[in-house]
Design a binder for this molecule. Structure first.
Ligand SMILES: *[C@@H]1O[C@H](CO)[C@@H](O)[C@H](O)[C@H]1NC(C)=O
Ligand SMILES: *[C@@H]1O[C@H](CO)[C@@H](O)[C@H](O)[C@H]1NC(C)=O
Length: 250
């Protein structure tokens, strides 16, 4: 460092009116220029080529002039008397299923673990790791945990952690993003695949593309059949069977 400064000052004092200092810098910059002019465009082209199935919907400009939909005011007292359970011991829990008999909460975490939280003392125990991303969680009629796993599909998990794949495709189309699940009183399992095109880790492409790749389906535990109930849904997410069991909300 000290050497180059003194070199430069010697040169500058010898040729006082020339900006000598620039030349060595330019020479040192040529790899960067090459990178910017060739390598970067080639990489960008490769990226675009890879994403060639990306096919965005036209931008819905007309939607933006409309009055926004208003939602009910949040209840400010909703969290009064609430307490954290399993805080700091669960990584990104997405959905919960509560078993009022055993006072256990089941949830699926970002690291693939299905965990159960004991309500009386907030103890967190591991059930099983799906090696996927468990999102929706619901209790089945036979004490099993039904899990919508983004990468694996619809899973049946026993209380001892045995994992069985119930379904991962419908009408010849594989799920890419199994997302929400609920179980009706008659045992019928209702669930969603948020996208048949983009996986969980590429969900932003589904959002950017803005097309309805989601499906709402049922799995009948008796016939083992998967049935598509509604297709062409924009990012079909959560599912809830109505308390009266006569409808499902997606
Ligand atoms: C919570 O319940 C479990 C059994 O489900 C029991 O073993 C444990 O001692 C209880 N803890 C407290 C703090 O009551
Ligand atoms: C899940 O597996 C258990 C056995 O571990 C079985 O008793 C139960 O019926 C299965 N549930 C479904 C929905 O297939």
């Amino acid at each position: 460092m000290a050497e180059s400064i003194s070199d430069e000052s010697v040169l500058q004092s010898q040729i006082p009116n020339t900006k000598v200092g620039r030349h060595p810098t330019n020479r040192r910059l040529w790899p960067l220029t090459l990178l910017l002019s060739t390598v970067v465009p080639v990489l960008a082209a490769l990226l675009v080529y890879q994403l060639d199935s990306f096919d965005p919907a036209p931008f819905p400009i007309h939607e933006f002039g409309q009055t926004p939909i208003s939602a009910l005011l949040r209840n400010d007292h909703m969290l009064q008397g609430a307490e954290f359970v399993g805080a700091g011991k669960l990584l990104g829990p997405e959905d919960i299923a509560y078993d009022s008999e055993s006072h256990l909460i089941f949830t699926g975490c970002e690291d693939g673990w299905i965990k159960r939280v004991r309500l009386n003392d907030s103890t967190v125990e591991s059930v099983v790791n799906t090696n996927g991303r468990p999102l929706g969680v619901a209790l089945g009629l036979n004490n099993e945990i039904i899990v919508a796993d983004a990468y694996k599909g619809l899973l049946n998990i026993s209380r001892d952690g045995e994992v069985e794949l119930l379904t991962d495709e419908a009408d010849g189309l594989k799920f890419k993003f199994t997302d929400g699940v609920d179980v009706a009183d008659n045992g019928m399992i209702y669930f969603t695949d948020a996208s048949y095109k983009y996986e969980f880790h590429r969900h932003w492409l589904d959002v950017l593309e803005g097309k309805p790749h989601g499906r709402f389906m049922s799995f009948d535990p008796l016939t083992r059949k998967t049935k598509v109930l509604v297709s062409h849904i924009y990012f079909a997410n959560g599912v809830a069977v109505s308390p009266t069991q006569d409808s499902e909300k997606v």
